[in-house]
Structure formats: C-alpha cells, structure tokens
Design a binder for this molecule. Sequence first.
Ligand code: LLP
Length: 416
Amino acid sequence: MQEYNVSFGEKEIALAVERFGSPLWLYDLNVIEKRIWDMRSFGVVRYAQKAAPNINLLSKMRELGIDIDAVSAGEIVRALRAGFAPDQIRYTADIFDSAALDLIKEFSIPVNIGSPDMLIQLQEAGIKVPLAVRINPGFGHGHSNKVNTGGEFSKHGVWHGELENVVKKAAELGFDIECLHMHIGSGSDYIHLSQVVSAMEHTVGSLAALVPKLKIISVGGGLPVSYKRDEVWHIDLEKYYNIWDAARKRLSNCVGYYLQLEAEPGRYLLAESCVLATEIRAVKKMGKNLFYLIDAGFTDLMRPAFYGAYHHISVIHKNGGTSGEEADAIVAGPLCESGDVFTQEESGIVVSRKLPLAQVGDLLVIHDTGAYGAAMSSNYNSRLLAPEILWEKGKFTQIRRRQTFEQMLSNEIDDE
Ligand code: LLP
C-alpha cells in the first residue's frame, strides 16, 4: 500500500515540524504540477481556488498556464494579487455583494450569472462584461448532500426552465454570453457525467440561436479523487475528456464553429498534494475505546466533522522506530466540541480506525488534505490558523506563517 501521495516522507515531515511547529500543512508542488499536466487536453483549466486559495500556490499555478475561478470579492483580490490578468478570472456566484461589484467594475472581470437578479444588478451598476451562465440542469450529485449543487433543493445556478428568459434578458440588456456552464457537484461519477453531458447538449442545442457569441462550454469541476488507500482507483481522465470532447464536437457542428472546452477543478488539482502534520498530545482510554488526541481540530481540517469525509491517517514515531503493533483508535482534536473527531462517518457516528500503536509526542499525519483543508479552517475556540509550507525542489518554504494571537485580536481592538 502506498501511504504517501506526496514525494516527501516521514523524515522530512518530522524535520518540518521541528522547524515550523505543529500542526502544519505541507504541500508538494510536484503533485500539483502533475495534476495540472494531467488535464492539459482541456482548452482551459480554470482552477476553483476555493479548494486552496493561498496566493503563493495561485501564482505558481498561474505560471503553469491555468485560469482562475473566484467566488467572492476576496477571491478576486487573491487572484489579482497572484498576478492573474482580469480576463483570466471568472466570478462565479449566486449573488453579488457590493465589494464584488466594485471589483468587477474596476477590473472588468467576466461574470458567471447564477441568478436572474444578477443580470439586473450588473445593469444597474453600469457594468458590461462578458458573461457565462451557470445552468442548474434539474439534478445533481456529490460525495455528500452538502456538495450536491444541482436539482430543486440546490441554490446554485439558473434553473433550466428559466434559462431561455435569462438569455433573452441578457441579450436585451446588451450582454454577450460567451460561456454556458454546468457544475452538478463534487465527487461525481460516470453515470452522472453522461447525464450532465446530455443535459448540456440539449441546452446548448436548444439555445444556440440565442447565444451567437458562445465560445466556451464549461463542464465545471467535481472530478473525484480516491481518499481511501484500499480503493485503488484513479479517475480515467482520458475517458472523461473524450466523453466531453465528443459532445463539444457535436455542439460545434450544431453552432457551425469551434467551441472550446473548459474544466473547473479544485479537488483534483490539490487534494493529494498536501498532508496535515499534527502531534499526539494525549492517549487515553474511554471504556473500551482508545483515543489519540492531537493538536489539530476541525478548526484546521473540517471535512471529517462536516461531511464525515474519510482521510487516510498514518503515524510517525518520535524515536523513528515502530513496534509494528496496531490498535483500534479514535482520532480526535482539542476543541470543546464532541464532534471534533477525525474518524467519523457522515451521520456523525464516531468510529475507530486500525492505526499503529502510538504515544504522546508521536506525529499523526492526515493525508490528502490539500483541497478544502486549510481553506476551510477557522478561529473557533480562538485557535490560530496553522502555517502552510510548500515542498519545492527538495526543500520546504513557508508560504503562510502561523497566525499570532495579536493578529487574531487585531480587528477587535479599538485603537482609534
Ligand atoms: N466549480 C464550481 C462552480 C463549484 O461550486 C465547485 C465546488 C468547483 C468548481 C470545484 O469542485 P471540485 O473540483 O473541487 O470538486 N468543501 C467541499 C467541497 C465543496 C465544493 C464546492 N464547490 C469538500 O471539502 O469536499
């Protein structure tokens, strides 16, 4: 079983913890580069930066030729700061706030419309930018209900039945629609993929005459990765691309010119590139259960508590050795919350995991945390955001310092 997806190992992690403290996020640029390369067949790869928005990662990824998705004013600021040109950014959201509208206006950032009201608000703000329209095809799918982004219970996109009206309204207001976009959820599969492809073909086919400036078909993100070490699969990207490319060709024939294919991955590019290194601070028995309590909580990695998401876990013994003995252990964090457990299922049921027998001071490594890891951290329980470190050309560089108590408190101090 290959434990690590990153190219550094136990020795380097232990050294990094010695140098930067614990907990900490360790990313491997090689993995990110490889995943971007995997997707090169797509005309445009637009990174969904919500997965990991550190500006140092963004600027490295920009150098590798990707475009960028922004879902908020803050993400526009990050993209600009990382050196993306405004026309490499697309704002995809269901609403505008005033900060987002100001930035879109100032930099002429293309927008993906997620509701009819957004069209009106662009018009009222005197903004004319190229548009995409995000389509809710009436169904969705994801690794958890919380990441299903299609269907009647989803707030995302323009309902397929409303589409014609929205497209006509856009034309009436003088907007060019350059892109039609569909993202039904994260962690989807081939069955749902074929459903999306036919929904996209149907939609584009029926709207073609109303969108004469259409250039791009965006297939959204959602490419799954395998988090479990005993499920050895890897998405067949060639198959995925070929299915979409065949649809692209049919649609190009339908409109009579070349349409480009765009993908918008987050997880696929980042998930396997990072581990969260933590230290075991207590080992205790609760009745028949053994707990390893670590110094990271769901304030660091929220996915297990929020979705019941599975992450592979390994142990690095502080003296370098191992007895080879294993134990069924529950891994939990430091927060004043019973749900602060890394080994749990979607319903919140706590489960144990077979792990090496460990003691206080050993390091516990949580794998495949690059996507929606540091990105979803918070200051709950007044815990500080952990540093992010990048492994590049055989050495670690700090790309985000550990937050300080003063930084955490700074906006609460009235120093005027
Ligand atoms: N495009 C759109 C419009 C999206 O809403 C998303 C994700 C993506 C692309 C990227 O999806 P990906 O390729 O990463 O699956 N926090 C959750 C995932 C939420 C995803 C939200 N939207 C998690 O930890 O699994």
